[in-house]
Design a protein around this ligand. Structure first.
Ligand SMILES: [Zn+2]
Length: 158
């Protein structure tokens, strides 16, 4: 028996799910169902990435802690996947204990191998894209090519 693993992106729960989330999840569902019909052993994961600046901002705007906000929004994703009859095996939340333990284990391996060091990164950043843009990608106005809004100059120590 062959095994097949498929995952959607883990979505930012900075709002309730939208058509783009549904589109991507339905596409992954089609793939998972196809492989099950073929007799493959399938693992289909979807979920939410609750550690993002846009999630923090959304929580703050509603006067909630990020965890309380995520506890309110994450179930709206689960509910939509139920309504759409999505056949996922795992709904993952990055605030789950399982994720925290896995992330800690992974980071400890990196640390033990000397792959973790302090550095600085800076550049033009879009809060909505959660992405830095290089000078080459931008015009003189320094606006997000996707959102057409001014970018922030962000410096972060990592
Ligand atoms: Zn953007």
């Amino acid at each position: 028996m062959r095994t097949f693993y498929v995952t959607t992106p883990i979505y930012y729960p900075n709002s309730e799910p939208h058509a783009g989330n549904a589109y991507t999840t339905i596409a992954a569902d089609v793939l998972a169902r196809y492989h099950r019909l073929k007799g493959d052993q399938v693992c289909f994961l979807t979920g939410v990435d609750e550690h993002a600046a846009n999630v923090y901002d959304a929580a703050k705007a509603e006067g909630l802690s990020p965890q309380a906000y995520c506890d309110k929004i994450a179930p709206t994703f689960v509910k939509l996947w139920e309504r759409l009859n999505i056949s996922h095996d795992i709904f993952f939340r990055t605030t789950s204990d399982l994720h925290k333990r896995g992330a800690q284990k992974f980071l400890n391996v990196l640390y033990d191998n000397g792959d973790v060091y302090k550095g600085k990164y800076e550049g033009y950043y879009c809060l909505s894209c959660e992405e830095f843009f290089s000078e080459k990608e931008l015009t003189d106005e320094k606006i997000c090519p996707v959102h057409k809004r001014p970018l922030q100059w962000l410096e972060e120590e990592n």
